[in-house]
Write a new protein. Sequence first.
Length: 256
Amino acid sequence: MGSAHRGSRFVAVYRATSINLSANFMGDLVVPEKPLTFPDELHELVERVRVCTLCELSSGRTNAVPGEGKATSGLMFIGEAPGFNEDRQGRPFVGRSGKLLEKLIAKIPQRREHVYITNVIKCRPPENRDPLPHEVESCWPYLEKQIDLINPRVIVTLGRHALMRFFPEARISRDHGKLLRWRNRIVFPIYHPAAALRSSQFKKALEDDMVKIPEGILASLDDQTTAISVDTDTRESSRITGPSASSGSDNQLNLF
């Protein structure tokens, strides 16, 4: 099947099902089967994050922020790192950026409690600075295990740093709003809500991209309907108890 035909088929499928997708979104997102050990495994992972001392960020935190949401959701949002409010409460996206994210999630339409939200980094960097490469590497096995357990159909990355965790050569200004393939999942990069709070231009782009998320859900159901595909990185996977994976980039990463 030619690429042009696949593209036209994708548009037809999306237009034909967009109304039903919105009306039955909870059912579309739920991954129906999980192993019987799944709740215990996720709980154990969360507890390991809370007491983690793999890097120096643990010494300055009030709380680690493992993540929260519906563990059987097919939609996962991944940000950069906790901020001041998140560090105090031990929950992701509870400050101004979090309030904006909740409003944007409602436009899908969906509710915060029906998706899973986490960060690349589980502890707040001092003064909200960019995470250092070795800090990212220390947290990567936790995030990788979360993805493995929750098994989302679509991963929405928030900002440049989260996107480059999966695609080291990507650029958020170029690649936001695209459907990308990573390990047989859809990765959908968008601007970080914090960027949108500082710029009306970024806010408009963020709002426009958010309403495309149902398109990503559809693409995840059928490989042949994917609008855009890119090669994933080839770094070796690391287990939660194994060595850290290489990000493929030693550069310090900015928010957007």
